[in-house]
Design a protein around this ligand. Structure first.
Ligand code: XMP
Length: 506
């Protein structure tokens, strides 16, 4: 296992993903919350940071304690910290050290730089630079403008690199990470979906025994994979609940319920549409809508969970990015990101929580799902927000407006699938706007609703670009919507990026 110490860089999660891609398990921990070392830990990576080692309150670690015990690789700030704490000189950079650079000197005899090419493109992003190294450090890579791009501490397995090996713009970044993780730390590359499935099912069997688990399915990837793993471990003792909140896509409830039953899961479908519509009546404020939906969900789920005798566990599809402790480098203590779970279930349910995916990134969840034989129609689904169409209906929500949006959304999604665009976009959906516009149909003047289509490309939903769908496709979709959906006479396409816009409109 590799321990990644986070100093607040935006790229820390990327380092972890790259290490996992090498089939090596790793964990991210805040630099000031280092866990107890076990024999499992084979090496440490120090991340970048928005701070400068020259700041009076610069985040730091007991470096000697780490480097005496284990191989250590400092990346960017991590490298500067190693140099600084050993008496090297770190100064504000006089030249631009942002973006691409090419290695003009590489010591390929050094274990970290093995198989790196001369002129290899690396990605820099730092305001400070290492101006002078301590005596017992050697330079192992340079660019034409930066002498100390990578270094090794002589006689120790301690290394620093000023570029970011985790970003794809560092073309051979993965080679550097492989050299460190596999050759220097000697981690075995056995973190594979197959092994994860095997060990997780065995661990779940041990943990849950004959206990009963209740789990809320949403139709999404995470809850489906979590349910399948638990089901493999305890079979019929897993009770799944799938709630129809009246805010799902057209046919979604029936289709998803059928595919879950086809997978052998013990699922109870609960039609709670009326309860949700009643709670939403007259609500137009986005946050109040979310709260109302969350509350009804808890009430419905709680009632259903209590109808299962002797249930003692709540299963959840929480994934790793939801539980990583985010580090606050501007303050003295690490802040813990709050758990995001199925509608935020209250403590009074008194259930123990089992979260089999809480060490996995989203792409790993998909790979595990594939290993488990889950159908691509579930694994390849676009993300869909918990409050569903409620946050895509601006203004008041009622059954009639839900129906209009379901029809529009259906035409849009089916067209994306038929044209091959569904798998190329990260998320897509339609938004019903709270305005009416004038139109003309035949000889009649109309005054009807407006919908916006939204399709985005993204990696994790944190940033997004609008998808450049072909004009012809957009034209066909617009025609079909206006001709088939009564109540809509105008279609627009959202071409905003996130930031500054968000993916959803509410
Ligand atoms: P935004 O609109 O913040 O969306 O750019 C980013 C991603 O989060 C989803 N989203 C939600 N998911 N409950 C959810 O479960 C919510 O209240 C919610 N709001 C936004 C959104 O669909 C996108 O994938």
């Amino acid at each position: 296992m590799i321990l990644i110490l986070d100093f607040g860089s935006q790229y820390t999660q990327l380092i972890a993903r790259r290490v996992r891609e090498l089939n090596v398990y790793c964990e991210i921990h805040p630099y000031n919350h280092i866990p107890e070392f076990t024999d499992n830990v084979k090496g440490v990576i120090l991340s970048g940071s928005p701070c400068s080692v020259r700041d009076a309150d610069a985040p730091a670690v007991d470096l000697k304690e780490l480097t005496d015990r284990l191989p250590v690789l400092g990346v960017c700030y991590g490298a500067q910290l190693i140099a600084h704490l050993n008496g090297g000189e770190v100064l504000p950079s006089q030249i631009r050290e942002y973006g691409r650079a090419k290695l003009s000197k590489v010591d390929t005899h050094n274990e970290l730089m093995k198989e790196m090419s001369l002129n290899s493109q690396v990605w820099m992003s730092h305001a400070d630079t290492i101006a002078a190294l301590p005596q017992d450090f050697e330079v192992i890579a340079s660019t034409p403008t930066v002498d100390i791009v990578a270094f090794k501490v002589m006689g120790k397995e301690t290394y620093g690199i000023q570029f970011h090996p985790e970003v794809t713009h560092s073309i051979e970044g993965k080679t550097v990470l492989r050299n460190f993780v596999v050759h220097i730390c000697q981690c075995s590359q056995d973190w594979t979906p197959d092994i994860f499935v095997e060990t997780t099912i065995a661990a779940l069997k041990e943990k849950l025994g004959n206990d009963k688990v209740v789990l809320g399915l949403s139709g999404g990837v995470d809850s489906s994979v979590a349910a399948t793993l638990i089901h493999r471990a305890i079979g019929k003792n897993l009770h799944c609940i799938f709630v129809d909140n009246g805010l799902l896509r057209k046919n979604e409830f029936e289709d998803v319920l059928n595919s879950y039953k086809g997978m052998g899961l013990n699922v109870k479908g609960v039609d709670a549409r009326e309860q949700f519509y009643q709670a939403l009546a007259g609500q137009t404020d986005p946050e109040k809508k979310r709260k109302a939906i969350g509350k009804v969900f808890i009430d419905v789920f709680d009632a259903e969970a209590h109808s299962i005798e002797n249930v003692s566990w709540l299963g959840q599809g929480t994934i790793y990015p939801d539980v990583i402790e985010s580090v606050s480098v501007k303050g003295p203590s690490a802040t813990i990101k709050s758990h995001h779970n199925v509608g935020g279930l209250p403590d009074y349910m008194k259930l123990k929580v089992v979260e089999p995916l809480n060490t996995l990134f989203k792409d790993e969840v998909r790979l595990v799902g594939k290993t488990l034989g889950i159908d691509d129609t579930i694994l390849g689904r676009h993300p869909f927000p918990g409050p569903g169409l409620a946050i895509r209906i601006l203004g008041e929500i009622n059954e009639e407006r839900v129906k209009i949006l379901q029809e529009v959304d259906y035409i849009f999604i089916q067209s994306l699938k038929a044209s091959g665009w569904y798998d190329k976009v990260w998320q897509a959906g339609a938004i019903l706007l709270p305005v009416q516009s004038v139109g003309v149909m035949g000889d009649e003047r109309t005054y009807e609703g407006v919908v916006s289509l939204r399709a985005v490309s993204s990696v994790d939903g944190m940033t997004a670009d609008w998808s450049h769908l072909p004009y012809e496709l957009l034209g066909d979709i617009s025609n079909e919507i206006i001709n088939k959906v009564k109540g809509v006479n105008r279609v627009v396409y959202d071409i905003s990026t996130k930031p500054p816009a968000t993916i959803e409109w509410e």
